[in-house]
Write a protein that binds this ligand. Structure first.
Ligand code: NAD
Length: 261
C-alpha cells in the first residue's frame, strides 16, 4: 500500500529504526536509511532489503547531533528522491545516564540536538513539500520517558517530553493538508541495551535471565513482558495507513501497561 512512497527513517541501521525500515519496505515503500554502521553492514542491509522487497534502498549517513550533517542529509534526500519525501520517521537517538550534578553539558547538548532539534530541522525542511503533495506522515519515536521520568536521565527525559510538544504543534500546523504527525511512546524494547541491563540484573541477583526479566520489568511493565521492535514498527505502519488518516497529534503508548499505573 506504500508503493511509490519514500520514507526517511533516521537511526535505521539497528534496533527499532531498522525494523521500521524493514516493515515499510515490506509494504512497498522506498527507503532512505540513516545511522552509524560499518559500510559492509550497511551494504548487507541494503542488498537484503532490495532483494526481498524490490524497493529502492538508499543510505545517507551523518551525525544528527550536528546541524550541518542534518542539512546535508536533507539535501541528499532531495537529490536522491526527485518526487520528494512522503514519510519521515524521527527515530535516531541514544541515552546518557548520570545524576544532574555530574551531567556533562556536552551530553545534554548532544541529546537535545538529536532527539529534539534534528526532528524539528528535518520537519522544517520537508514540511512544505509534504503539504503541497497533500499527503504525508511524520512519526516521532519518542518514549515512555516523554510522559514519565526516571532519575539520572535528565537530558533524555527532557528531550522526549519536548518532542511530544513538537508533535502536537506539527499536527496543528499540518491539519487539513493531508499530512499527519504522531508520536509513539514505547516502554522497554528488546534491544542490545535492554539485554545488557538484563544480564547485569541476572549477575547482581544471582538468578537466571527469565527471573531477571520479571524483576527488571516488574516496576515498569505490569505485563512483565518486553516490547519487540517489530511491534513498534507495526504501529508505525498503521500510522502510515488510510485507517490513520484522522489520527494526528496523538501520543501513542506501547508500554506493557506502564502508563495505566
Ligand atoms: P539503537 O541504539 O538500536 O539504534 C539507534 C540508531 O540511531 C542507530 O541506527 C544509530 O546508529 C543511530 N544513531 C545514534 N546516534 C546517532 C547520531 N549521532 N547520528 C545519527 N544516527 C545516530 O536504539 P533503539 O533502542 O532502536 O532506539 C531508537 C529510538 O527509540 C530512540 O529514539 C530511542 O530513544 C527510542 N526508544 C527506545 C526504547 C528501547 O527500550 N530501546 C524505548 C523507548 C524509546
Amino acid at each position: 500500500a506504500l508503493q511509490n512512497k519514500v520514507a526517511l527513517v533516521t537511526g535505521s541501521t539497528s534496533g527499532i529504526g531498522l525494523e521500521v525500515a524493514t516493515v515499510l519496505a515490506r509494504n512497498g515503500a522506498n527507503i532512505v536509511l540513516n545511522g552509524f554502521c560499518d559500510p559492509k553492514e550497511i551494504d548487507n542491509i541494503q542488498v537484503r532489503l532490495k532483494r526481498k522487497y524490490e524497493v529502492d534502498i538508499h543510505y545517507v549517513g551523518g551525525d544528527l547531533t550536528k546541524r550541518n550533517d542534518v542539512n546535508t542529509l536533507c539535501q541528499k534526500v532531495d537529490s536522491l528522491c526527485p518526487n520528494g519525501l512522503d514519510i519521515l520517521v524521527n527515530n535516531a537517538g541514544f541515552q546518557h545516564v548520570s545524576r544532574i550534578e555530574d551531567f556533562p553539558l556536552e551530553k545534554w547538548d548532544e541529546l537535545l540536538a538529536i532527539l529534539l532539534t534534528a526532528p524539528f530541522l528535518l520537519t522544517q525542511h520537508f514540511i512544505s513539500r509534504l503539504k503541497n503533495k497533500g499527503w504525508g506522515r511524520i512519526i516521532n519515536i519518542a518514549s515512555m520517558h516523554g510522559l514519565r521520568a526516571s532519575p539520572n536521565k535528565a537530558a533524555y527525559v527532557s528531550a522526549k517530553h519536548g518532542v511530544l510538544g513538537l508533535t502536537k504543534v506539527i499536527a496543528l500546523e499540518t491539519a487539513s493538508t493531508g499530512v499527519t504527525c504522531n508520536a509513539v511512546c514505547p516502554g522497554y524494547v528488546d534491544t542490545p541495551i535492554y539485554r545488557k541491563q538484563l544480564e547485569r540484573k541476572a549477575l547482581d541477583e544471582g538468578c537466571d535471565l527469565e527471573t531477571a526479566k520479571k524483576k527488571f520489568l516488574q516496576p515498569v511493565h505490569p505485563t512483565l513482558e518486553v516490547i519487540t521492535s517489530e511491534q513498534v514498527a507495526e504501529l508505525v505502519l498503521f500510522l502510515c495507513s488510510r485507517a490513520a488518516d484522522q489520527m494526528t497529534g496523538s501520543v501513542l503508548t506501547m508500554d506493557g501497561g506502564w502508563s495505566a499505573r
